[in-house]
Design a protein around this ligand. Sequence first.
Ligand SMILES: Cc1ncc(COP(=O)(O)O)c(C=O)c1O
Length: 382
Amino acid sequence: MLPTVQFRSRPAIIDLSWGHPRPDLLPVDDWAEAYGTAIRRYRSAALTYGRGQGPGPMIDWLCAHLAVTDPPGPRPAEVFITAGASHALELSCSLLIRPGDPILVDAPTYHLGLRILADHGGPLIPVPTDADGIDPAATRELIGELSRSGRPPKLLYLVPTHGNPTGRSLCVARRTALIEALGDLPVIEDDTYRELSYDGPAPPSLFALSGGTVIRIGSFAKTVAPGLRLGWLTARPDLVAALTRRGYVDSGGGVNHATALAMTTFGYGRHVERIRQAYAGQRDALVSAVAAALPDASFAVPAGGWFLWLRLPPGLDTARLLPAAEAAGVSYVPGDRFYVTDADSRRLRLSFSMLDASALRAGVHRLADVTRLAETAQPAPG
Ligand SMILES: Cc1ncc(COP(=O)(O)O)c(C=O)c1O
């Protein structure tokens, strides 16, 4: 039989590479109930072609929800319902990017986001960053240089809140400076991890700080379930209207209509609170295991999201180390996947979303053993 899911299980490997949810945290029964409630409540309206921008009850629900999680929240005309954040990124690119258009990207940033962007334009150009993330003044200079050389960038993509892979969030001062520095350049803010904040609320979105000029994309993949393929974007009303006018929306109606209606009947707040506590516990387990077993590696404790961005000691290259790690029964994503150029070869991404605390600890011990072996195999300094 053909496989049902994307995840490929390798039983001998404790796999810290996948940014997938822990299966037993997926709300199987509650979602079945939400679907049933939505079908009974909306009857044939749940099963016919949906309204292009998204069904009214979902847009109202989302506006009210975002007004609490990231005030002041969008107006209804600023929202478009999508089939996940990836789809929101794909749609935004289809409006804004033509082949050959230069696209600015944060460094490092979400590796599969880079693939979606590369499908549309190119080249991808990394922005200047430091330990705190994107540098607004240097980015303004880069935009000026590119424009003077006849290659003005058409877009900036970044994950400024609990970023993938870094777990880092851009501070408010940099957010404000960045919006100022970018002028009219369209920005796509990937806000997928905002609600998985473990140590207090996340900083306001670029969308909120910009008064709605930034395109923000969001998802229910991490907070509810990726298989729903449900997400959204908030943007200027003219961009939302342009998406709503696209031929495929005219032909097929709103995206993922029945699932969007079911979301409005699901006990979202209670569910997110429960998984936030579970993922915070997994974050803590991974952080303590890494601190104890890999004392010479460095990392910042992620205040949210699903990832720990680890830096191994000098001399180790995480892409080269991966086959040995997998042979020893542990996997991760080498850091170079998250860069367009100038990768930091000592970095790797560990995901704490899919495994419980004891599996995370066991994975870290295997990683520590492999790292120690690789260190001792290095030639002694001459
Ligand atoms: C930053 C970021 N954006 C988007 C996605 C994909 O979201 P979706 O499943 O809603 O397409 C992910 C998933 O790993 C992610 O980490």
